[in-house]
Design a protein around this ligand. Structure first.
Ligand code: PMP
Length: 391
């Protein structure tokens, strides 16, 4: 495919041919026995991918923002307090949604590229009784990863439900819902789940479901209300027909194929591969002497990287040149530094060849921009780091 450009943004990404083929299958009725079986299987596999023993999965037609919306709408009642562990643009979005549903929001913030320390979060938890604490596992605007395990355990200790935005992490970064005591975890199809955009996936712990069932006020979003969707999800898992809103039939076909692939690879192996991809890209950026948005190595996610432009190079200079050299990348997103950095997604089916091709395209474009470095230094560093990470 000589005109092919690699799609290396932080979602949507390159998808597997078998997943795309499932999208093109003849659409069935949403109550056809074959579809009921596939949706039932997809829900069971969703629970496995989230490493939840007893969570309730919801798979809805919509993007990651719908996943956030349904989580907040069902967990929050007006006047509840919410603590937002804020690592960027998507943590801000979570706060906006929380406020829309009437929560009183407290932020624990860090400078751009940083993350609040566990001690800072604990100090905030001591101030008030929070109903929920939200965590962005990987904030796609900063490429900062948070320590969900430690944060979720802290939330539990202080009697708050933990709600994790795993849109840029789940099925790429380690997230053990049951073991870590995460109460609500959510993602969207177009990232490491590796299905074209259009599905919102949410898994809810028994504790959070209990809190939902004890609500005193109605859920203020009709579409998002779990009271409408719970019987539907339960019916599909029981292999029975049901209807509330028409499911995205072909996306569910594709999801079932992709979840199979994820479970076949194995979550541990998959996270290790993502670590190696992240290590490769970030080693290349260091070799090319490009700074990164995360201010410490241990804050850097493995599903995407966020390099800063070298002095004198702008987005308008660099990204079209990278595109012509074969890879589509994304510009900056965090409002405070939007023009200062770009983003490279490396998740899902992305392999070391894709990463090396992308780094080659970045080197070509940097040369064309007049940036001085030894050709091949980034690619060589990536190869070495990838091998070392997998050894
Ligand atoms: N949270 C995070 C961490 C994200 O990266 C995104 C999408 N980039 C969203 C939420 C929102 O998802 P969507 O664009 O699918 O609505």
């Amino acid at each position: 495919m000589k005109d092919r450009t690699l799609l290396m943004i932080p979602g949507p990404i390159e998808f597997e041919p078998a997943v795309l083929a499932a999208m093109g299958a003849p659409t069935t009725s949403h109550v056809a026995p074959d579809f009921i079986e596939i949706f039932g299987q997809a829900l069971e596999k969703t629970r496995k991918v989230f490493l939840s023993d007893d969570g309730q999965p919801f798979v809805l037609a919509g993007s990651g923002t719908l996943a956030m919306d349904t989580a907040v709408a069902n967990v929050i009642e007006p006047g509840n307090r919410a603590l937002v562990v804020n690592t960027g643009y998507f943590s801000d979005r979570m706060a906006t949604i929380l406020e829309r549903y009437g929560a009183q929001v407290t932020h624990v913030k860090a400078p751009v590229g940083g993350r609040p320390s566990i001690e800072e979060v604990e100090a905030a938890l001591k101030q008030h009784q929070f109903k929920v604490m939200t965590i962005t596992h990987v904030d796609t605007s900063t490429a900062v990863i948070t320590d969900v395990k430690a944060l979720a355990q802290l939330a539990q200790r202080y009697g708050a439900l933990s709600l994790v935005d795993g849109v840029c992490s789940i099925a790429g970064e380690e997230l053990r819902m049951s073991e870590w005591g995460v109460d609500v975890a959510l993602t969207a199809s177009q990232k490491a789940i590796s299905v074209p955009p259009g599905l919102a996936l949410v898994v809810v712990s028994p504790r959070a479901m209990q809190a939902f069932k004890q609500r005193k006020t109605p859920v203020m979003s009709y579409y998002s209300d779990w009271a409408n969707w719970l019987p539907i999800m339960e019916a599909y898992e029981a292999r029975k027909p049901s209807y509330f809103g028409t499911p995205a039939v072909n996306l569910i076909f594709a999801l079932n194929v992709s979840l199979d692939q994820i479970l076949k690879e194995g979550l541990e192996a998959r996270c290790k591969r993502h670590h190696a991809l992240g290590a490769a890209v970030q080693a290349a950026l260091k070799a090319l002497e490009l700074d990164q948005v995360p201010i410490k190595d241990e804050f850097a996610a493995h599903t995407l990287s966020a390099p800063r432009y070298p002095k004198g190079v702008t987005q308008a200079d660099l990204l079209p040149k990278v595109q012509r050299a074969g890879a589509t990348l994304a510009g900056g997103l965090h409002p405070a530094i939007r023009t200062e950095y770009f983003r490279i997604g490396h998740m899902g089916p992305t392999n070391s060849g894709d990463v090396l091709a992308t780094l080659g395209a970045i080197e070509t474009a940097l040369k064309q921009c007049g940036y001085a470095f030894t050709s091949g230094v980034g690619v060589a560093a990536a190869q070495a780091a990838y091998q070392q990470a997998l050894a």
